[in-house]
Design a protein around this ligand. Sequence first.
Ligand SMILES: Cc1ncc(COP(=O)(O)O)c(C=O)c1O
Length: 408
Amino acid sequence: MAAATALLNLKKDFPLLVNEPTLVYLDSASTALKPRAVIEAVEEYYTNYSANVHRGLYDLSERATAAYEGAREKVRTFIHAGSSREIIFTSGTTASINLVALSWGRSMLKRDDEIILSILDHHSNIVPWQLLAKDIGCKLKFIDCDSKGRLKLDQLSKLLSRRTKLIALSHVSNALGTINQLTTLTQKAHAIGAKVLIDAAQSVPHMPLNVEHLNCDFLAFSGHKLGGPTGIGVLYAKEELLKQMPPVFGGGDMIREVHTDHSSWNDLPWKFEAGTPPIAQAIGLGAAIDYYAKIGMSKVRAHEHALTEYALKKLAELPGLTIYGPADAAEQSGVISFTLEGVHPHDISSLLNEEKIAIRAGHHCCMPLMDRLKIPATARVSFGVYNSTEDIDRLIEGLKKVQKIFKV
Ligand SMILES: Cc1ncc(COP(=O)(O)O)c(C=O)c1O
């Protein structure tokens, strides 16, 4: 069976799973578990060279700077960006998108300009644009999805206008797992001079990704969903755009010169990194990238595809279970959202917790999508490289127990 050959066996690399062998962790879309190599890289920095970067003219600081900038280079290679000047370290996807809204949005957009988002998007890719719209009077439009959570991309020709300046949307839906096809959309946006921002929080950790092939103008992701530390994220942007964009935060490191009446800015990418950056976090992210690059992102995708296929088949056998999303492993990443008739998703999650199975329940920071689907919440399982078919078997047994308790 194709599924079996694609499966990896990596639980041993994750200390949390080694220490908690009975835990079934199915919430990687929320945050991924950390491989030992990441924990060790962070410990090594704090133990042996925890100096500040870019400042000290002594060995420790030079070592810290080399590791911090080395992590940037690893990110560049991982997402196939042309230059490390295009890689800005932020605190996460949310901060990256806000940075684009506050810098590019405020300086380039005007009243009545239009931004196209999608109904699948995470609040992080909706609220920053709402704040911008309130600030400057630009307008937001949404691409709808069908009942299977697939974007209605045919709506694009109606939504696009000469006022469209940006299409910002998620590569993979964190709530439903839908993988959005972006090539045509990007071509259409560029044909009318609009920019494209991709929220890649749920794609960078789960599949091969190449920003040059995607030809996106901006791309955001979070380190913690890739097994890196919390508090580190990435904004990729084309260099020509970053050059035009004003900084958002002022302070140390982002300046070239400061006078009492004016200042000038540092080169890229540091123009956008004011203050002491998240050094340990960046180094940890670099270690996470090494870990995933060594496995190979095609293998990561194949593993999660096989698990998704297996889980979709098993879940479909449970009576009263409705899957939201494509329900086709080829069209979705390792995220499956569902409801069980007669049981609130929060109850599903709480009862599974008693079986040591961790899943997420709620609106998944996608309230507009929940409104569109006319449901308050779903239960969501999401896979990582450390999951196995045994984890899914435990989930199915757990769900059967939930159904027994609720007599459904
Ligand atoms: C699609 C998507 N976008 C944005 C975010 C926000 O990421 P963070 O909280 O790491 O900034 C998430 C987190 O779940 C997400 O799944």
